[in-house]
Design a protein around this ligand. Structure first.
Ligand code: FMN
Length: 321
């Protein structure tokens, strides 16, 4: 496949995303420190972890804090989840006016039973009328472009992403992101690119593809087969944030121990500034394990990282690379 010019600016409702390769929202993983590192490796934009609109409504600090982001994270999208149009509209307005969100993204893809059981996340795909109300309410209140991230459909075989995308577009949504799996598949099997092509046919707003893109070749295939306007990288960025640079430039990264050490240290330093040392050390451990994947002595070093009790001990592990 040719290396045609797949990388370009993306205009989302008037917000210019300089490059169309975006970090996918990753709850519990893609915090500001990791997102900042991804931006430094060329991501065009990052999306916050999903934030409960209800949590925001009840003044939960743990919810709103997830919208905080660094200056490097610009433009920045805040993703909210919920099912009550007014409560979601209220959260959207707060994030746009007080937390500097350039875009509000609505989660219609989360498969977790606790979320779906609350009529939220991917469950919304079973409720087209409610989707219309939510998107309309959020778009009217936000004052910034609103996007929706959805799945292929809720139940296995029951594909309705093209229909839901049309409803979103008709109610003021400025772009849609589609993860090509049914809710029932969670993250198993492989992403269906056909549904992304069908959504692209169905709407005229930009379509962002999500699912299983981890290399430049995957990205080329996704663009070629779906006609999508942009791509989100999720799991492929874990321990591998230079994937953005690889996809953008088409050049493979020589992943040396020095590169891993410098990147992980940068992330640790940002995380300590953001969350304080104790939380940062606890939360960086899984990232260190991803960074170490496939390296010599990975198992020993991972065990040492998980046993670490402060930042110096994490640094000592990274010094072994
Ligand atoms: C740990 C984890 C957390 C995720 N959190 C969110 C989230 O908060 N909001 C969302 O819309 N999708 C979330 N997703 C889905 C991803 O954004 C993405 O659509 C999916 O992982 C497929 O892309 P990938 O193959 O590039 O990972 C999450 C996925 C994973 C693995």
């Amino acid at each position: 496949m040719g290396s045609g010019n797949i990388i370009h600016e993306l205009n989302i409702g008037g917000v210019a995303v300089p490059r169309n390769i975006i970090l996918a929202p990753l709850a519990g993983v893609a915090d500001s420190a990791f997102r900042t590192v991804c931006m430094e490796y060329g991501a065009g934009m990052c999306v916050s972890e999903m934030i409960s609109a209800k949590g925001v409504h009840y003044g939960s600090r743990g919810s709103v804090i997830l919208a905080e982001h660094s200056a490097v994270e610009s433009p920045f999208a805040v993703q909210i989840f919920g099912h009550e149009p007014e409560i979601m509209a209220e959260a959207a307005k707060l994030f746009a006016t007080e937390y500097g969100a350039d875009i509000i993204d609505i989660n219609m893809g989360c498969p977790v039973p606790k979320v779906c059981g609350n009529f939220e996340g991917s469950y919304l795909m079973t409720q087209p009328e409610l989707v219309a109300k939510i998107v309309r309410a959020v778009a009217d209140a936000a004052g910034v472009p609103v996007t929706v991230k959805m799945r292929r459909g809720f139940s296995q075989g029951d594909e309705n992403a093209p229909e839901i995308a049309k409803i979103c577009e008709a109610n003021g949504c400025a772009a849609v992101a589609v993860h090509g799996r049914f809710r029932s598949e969670y993250y198993s099997g492989s992403c269906d690119r056909g549904v992304i092509a069908r959504v692209k046919q169905a709407v005229s707003v930009p379509v962002i593809a999500s699912g299983d893109v981890t290399t430049r070749e995957d990205a080329e295939r996704m663009f070629a087969e779906t006609g999508c306007d942009g791509i989100m990288i999720g799991r492929g960025a874990l321990g591998n944030p230079w994937v953005f640079r690889e996809i953008i430039t088409g050049e493979k990264t020589d992943v040396t121990g020095e590169l891993i050490r410098a990147t992980a240290l940068r992330q640790l330093e940002l995380s300590v500034m953001e969350k304080g040392e104790a939380t940062a050390v606890r939360e960086i451990k899984k990232h260190v394990a991803w960074y170490l994947k496939g390296r010599k002595n990975a198992a020993t070093l991972k065990n040492a990282a998980f046993a670490a009790s402060d930042a110096d001990e994490i640094k000592a592990v990274l010094a072994e690379l």
